[in-house]
Design a protein around this ligand. Structure first.
Ligand SMILES: Cc1cc2nc3c(=O)[nH]c(=O)nc-3n(C[C@H](O)[C@H](O)[C@H](O)COP(=O)(O)OP(=O)(O)OC[C@H]3O[C@@H](n4cnc5c(N)ncnc54)[C@H](O)[C@@H]3O)c2cc1C
Length: 259
């Protein structure tokens, strides 16, 4: 999913590298297969790396909303005005994905220079283009929301978080904190603010996308535990919070080395 996000194209190479490594090895892969406990009965060791699933935010009317998975899989129709529930890393990524109209600017140098207002220092002293940044407006009207009253995007990476915030701000994406999600209805997303649920309002959007956290996908791990089969659980299936690919790979590598 990460490689679908504009700016994260390097994940294509990362996946391709693993595919090549698998092809060159004697490892048997069975794709498009949902593993069940009976399929695993004859193995000496079982490693569960089943990842995460979206957390249920428990919002009235949430069946009207889309999950970030449906959106990034390209399986859902997204309208022209969108509210994104949850302004963590995935909320920011989904906003970036939905804001792009014309492919990823990371893959188009001229577009990227124009967006950020960067030019050749030989042309303009300091490399800052005379007219400043000239971003394309977002392809949709996007509002990124969070319950916390802190600044949206505060928890993003220290060295890159400001880029994600600045990019979306340049494209006119609205970011709001301190909201309560009262319900999702036909007329849009009903919000209020603060502990007292003041200032009721309706965001009249045609699509609501849920990016409200993740939890370990442990269906298989739990089913194995129920029949007394021991297994190693790694990656998002182990701990979903603050998950990144580095942690998942690190855990997998160390476990493999220990077996
Ligand atoms: C939008 C987005 C952006 C991200 N950006 C970044 C980033 O910039 N940097 C970064 O480091 N990380 C990023 N991540 C996180 C990164 O993708 C995860 O940390 C990493 O994929 C976790 O690896 P995992 O092996 O635990 O699970 P996953 O990679 O999620 O793999 C789990 C797999 O198990 C499969 N599965 C589940 N149950 C079964 C079953 N019963 N049988 C067979 N298969 C099953 C699932 O279908 C899935 O393919 C991003 C994630 C998302 C969604």
């Amino acid at each position: 999913m990460a490689r679908k996000i504009p700016g994260k194209e390097e994940f294509h190479g990362f996946v391709a590298w693993f595919e090549a490594e698998l092809a060159a090895s004697s490892i048997t892969t069975r794709l498009n297969t949902s593993a069940t406990p009976d399929m695993l009965a004859d193995f000496d060791e079982v490693i569960i790396a089943t990842g995460v699933r979206p957390r249920d935010p428990g919002i009235e009317g949430q069946e009207r909303a889309l999950s970030y998975i449906d959106v990034l899989a390209g399986e859902a129709e997204v309208g022209t005005s969108v509210a994104i529930i949850g302004a963590g890393g995935i909320g920011f990524d989904v906003a970036t994905y939905l804001a792009e109209s014309d492919g990823s600017r990371t893959m188009n140098l001229d577009q990227w220079l124009q967006f950020w207002g960067v030019t050749d220092p030989e042309i303009q002293c300091g490399g800052l283009a005379e007219g400043g940044p000239r971003p394309d407006p977002a392809a949709r009207q996007i509002t990124l929301l969070q319950r916390k009253s802190t600044r949206p995007g505060k928890g993003l990476g220290k060295t890159t978080g400001w880029i994600h915030r600045a990019g979306l701000q340049l494209q006119g994406v609205t970011m709001r904190g301190g909201v309560n999600y009262e319900r999702i209805a036909k007329d849009g997303l009903h919000l209020s603010s603060g502990e007292a649920h003041d200032n009721p309002e309706v965001l009249a959007v045609d699509t609501v996308v849920l990016c409200s956290g993740q939890e370990p996908e442990r269906t298989l791990a739990d089913a194995l535990a129920d029949i007394g089969t021991s297994a190693h659980v790694i990656g998002g299936a182990d701990v979903a919070a603050e998950l990144d690919a580095k942690r998942a790979i690190d855990q997998g590598t160390r476990l493999a080395a220990s077996l």
